[in-house]
Design a protein around this ligand. Structure first.
Ligand code: HEM
Length: 372
């Protein structure tokens, strides 16, 4: 066995390397040879972010490895959830750091902004890796011109070939066994292979009944015919949006148009999980879906917050990386979402009291198996 060497705080944390890693370019390039006071804050803030990105990537890599297993062992679902939750906790820390950087005024920033060209946050490879590993597609990007060097491009290319969290999650949802559960009118498993439609037919009836009820209430309560007609048209539009959920061909054409990304099968599985989340077997999958939706939000919030800071700092100027600056960042905050199809499922939920009751064999499979 290797002889034990006592650990020492400075060495263990490589503090010599980290604390000597702030080289102020303003000291080097400003004509008066004086460093800009706020450049230290600018560098340290970016470095702190990069460390948190590294921690997020560590969690995400382990999540991807766990999710790549087929079948995914149940205890590992809990582990995936736990690590996703950790990533989500890093979110508020990332948000709050913006406030510290905002103590730098636009004039303070101008003291050294000129020496930063053409570097920019565009070149944060760890941020790009996070986006790609989560599942952001190149086709979603507003620009692919990131001005990366060959080394960084090679890192991104290697990851581009690997399945993202979105892809692995979609595959896992598609494999959910309850899509194949069958039952006859008495709730007994009929044994022949007539998958999933029994449930979805019932759900469709429940949806129709819900809209009929809404129509009836509106007819009785609206003040005049014109308002009634408007409200009825809105109800008809909502009802129409449900149709893709029950018809794979319609759904797939939406997918081809780029309106939807998640597969039909995975969408149905995710919706089933949302609808019947109270069942013990569906609790973990439900919380996992909630966590990826929250993670999308973490990134959107950060993007939005970063964009506001940029507006305050440089107004409508272009970025050092050559983008339109604020406009580009704001659009990104809206557009760069990976799990948007999961959050959009809320539109297809119906009230608990209208939900079809699950047949006994299905509900016992979803419950605690040790209960009689
Ligand atoms: C004074 C503070 C900051 C300003 C004025 C600023 C400005 C910008 C601008 C204008 C862009 C668009 C690309 C370009 O044309 O350069 C950008 C992108 C970016 N910045 Fe910042 N930034 C600041 C601080 C930060 C910090 C602290 C981070 C933390 C890592 C960061 C990370 C990023 C990332 C990841 C992008 C790429 C976003 C994307 O393409 O979706 N920025 N920044």
């Amino acid at each position: 066995m290797k002889p034990y060497k006592p650990a020492y705080y400075r060495d263990y944390l490589s503090l010599d390397a980290i604390l000597n890693a702030q080289s102020l370019r303003s000291a080097e390039y400003n004509n008066d040879q004086e460093s800009a006071h706020d450049e230290m804050l600018f560098i340290i803030t970016h470095q702190a972010y990069e460390l948190w990105f590294k921690q997020m990537l560590t969690e995400l890599d382990s999540i991807l490895a766990l999710m790549s297993q087929q079948p995914l062992p149940e205890p590992d679902v809990a582990l995936v959830l736990h690590r996703l939750q950790r990533m989500n906790k890093i979110g508020p820390v990332m948000l709050h750091q913006v406030e510290i950087l905002e103590t730098m005024t636009p004039m303070d920033f101008l003291d050294f902004r000129g020496v930063l060209y053409p570097a920019s946050g565009f070149q944060s490879v760890q941020f790009r890796l996070l986006e790609m590993k989560l599942g952001l597609q190149d086709s979603q990007r507003l620009t692919t011109h990131l001005r990366l060097d060959d080394r960084d491009n090679a890192r991104l290319d290697a990851v581009r070939q690997q399945p993202s969290l979105f892809v692995l999650l979609e595959g896992w949802l598609e494999r959910m066994p309850f899509l194949e559960w069958q039952h006859d009118d008495n709730g007994n498993d009929d044994g022949n292979n007539q998958p999933r439609y029994a449930f979805w037919q019932e759900y469709r009836l429940a949806v129709t009944a819900m809209f009929d009820h809404e129509r009836q209430i509106m007819r009785e309560t609206m003040p005049d015919e014109r308002t009634t007609a408007q409200v009825l048209a809105q109800i008809a539009a909502s009802e129409q949006s449900f149709s893709a959920l029950f018809d794979e061909t319609t759904y797939n054409s939406l997918r081809e148009q780029g309106v939807k990304r998640l597969s039909f099968k995975a969408t149905q599985a995710a919706l089933f999980i949302f609808l019947y989340r109270e069942y013990p077997l569906l609790q973990l999958p439900f919380r996992l879906l909630e966590s990826v939706i929250a993670l999308d939000e973490v990134f959107s919030l950060w993007r939005y917050r970063h964009a506001q800071m940029v507006l305050r700092m440089i107004g409508a100027r272009i970025g050092t990386g050559g983008s339109s600056g604020y406009d580009y960042l704001l659009q990104g905050a809206m557009k760069y979402r990976v799990f948007a199809d999961m959050s959009a499922l809320s539109a297809f939920l119906i009230p608990r009291r209208s939900l079809p009751a699950l047949p006994p064999n299905v509900s016992s499979m979803l419950g605690f198996s040790f209960e009689k």
